[in-house]
Design a protein around this ligand. Structure first.
Ligand code: UDP
Length: 309
């Protein structure tokens, strides 16, 4: 039976991916240092004889045997990855190098989860995979954005030099049940604030945009990509673009209609707009998101209500 190693398996996307793999009867090894992940998942998975947990960092050496590697380990919320930027850069560079060497030695198949951050301040919308990216090295976000770029570069170097089978997904903003209450990303913050009837914290003027993809769609895309022969970076996300102010209004309306917003200075040096082109992924994987923002938010709000109760 094929063995799947999921790095960062206790994180938001990793935990949903493991759920899916386990439910399909696959063997899963989760490698996670529990720094930003949620260890509560372990109680559920550890009952399964086809699951194994290894507590550890991708920077360390591990003797783990696997056939498929899903490399997700890296703090993903700006709040987390900016808290120790040098560690973030090391996880992306040294950690990915380490993990790719493990995969090379075992001739494993690799899927690396990159990010829309590699595009930086993209002027052309929607963002397609050919955009070269505009990111300052002086930006605090570079530990993540350039970190993801060097990690992608390593993937393609291993592909060329060692013939390693590598796939790279550029994942756009993702949300859904299982986002940690204190995750710090916008949907988690807004739902929590609305449920607690405190003003929703909007950074800047709220005119910046994002496009939010529901978690089950992202997991579908990752699984299709791993099973495909595609060898280049590919976007995974939802192309419905919304301003942060309108997102705040939408979430507020769905919960208590307090209509209270608190505008704060943005210190996150962030891209003004973000929206994926899904042309390539539609063509290559025949994939498109199924869950719209309205349905996805309803499911997420319900899950947050249960967590809070
Ligand atoms: N944002 C906000 N209030 C918050 C958290 C985030 O207005 O409490 C904004 C943030 O400035 C950005 C967008 O929401 O424009 C998405 O932020 P997030 O941290 O979720 O992810 P990013 O896309 O920046 O990686």
């Amino acid at each position: 039976m094929k063995k799947n190693l999921v790095t960062g398996g206790l994180g938001f996307i990793g935990s949903h991916l493991i759920d899916r793999l386990i439910n399909s009867g696959e063997y899963v090894i989760c490698l996670d240092d529990i720094s930003s992940g949620d260890k509560r998942y372990l109680a559920k998975w550890e009952k399964n004889p086809k699951f194994r947990f290894v507590k550890g960092n991708v920077l360390d050496n591990h003797k783990i045997k696997f056939d498929n590697l899903w490399h997700l380990a890296c703090p993903a919320s700006p709040k987390d990855y900016l808290s120790d930027p040098i560690l973030t850069a090391r996880i992306n560079f040294e950690g990915t190098l380490n993990i790719l060497n493990m995969a090379k030695d075992q001739k494993a198949k690799v899927l690396y989860t990159s990010s829309s951050e590699v595009y930086g301040e993209c002027e052309k919308m929607p963002q397609d995979e050919n955009f070269l990216g505009l990111i300052r090295t002086t930006s605090p976000r570079s530990c993540y954005a350039h970190g993801k770029r060097i990690a992608e570069t390593l993937c393609f170097d291993f592909q060329r030099k060692y013939n390693l089978e590598v796939k790279v997904a550029r994942i756009f903003n993702t949300y859904g049940p299982g986002l940690k209450l204190k995750d710090g990303r916008v949907i988690s913050n807004f739902i929590n604030q609305a449920l607690n009837q405190i003003p929703l914290s909007i950074r800047g003027d709220g005119n910046q945009t994002r496009s939010f993809c529901f978690i089950s769609d992202i997991v579908d895309g990752l699984i299709l990509l791993m099973d495909s022969d595609f060898k280049y970076p590919i976007n995974l996300g939802n192309s419905y673009e919304i301003s942060i102010l309108n997102l705040a209004k939408l979430i507020d309306k769905k919960i208590f209609s307090n209509k209270q917003f608190y505008f704060e200075e943005s210190t996150f040096y962030e891209p003004k707009r973000r929206c994926p082109s899904l042309a390539l992924v539609g063509d290559v994987l025949k994939w498109k998101p199924k869950v719209n923002l309205n349905e996805g938010l309803n499911l997420t709000i319900e899950s947050f209500k249960n967590e809070n109760s």
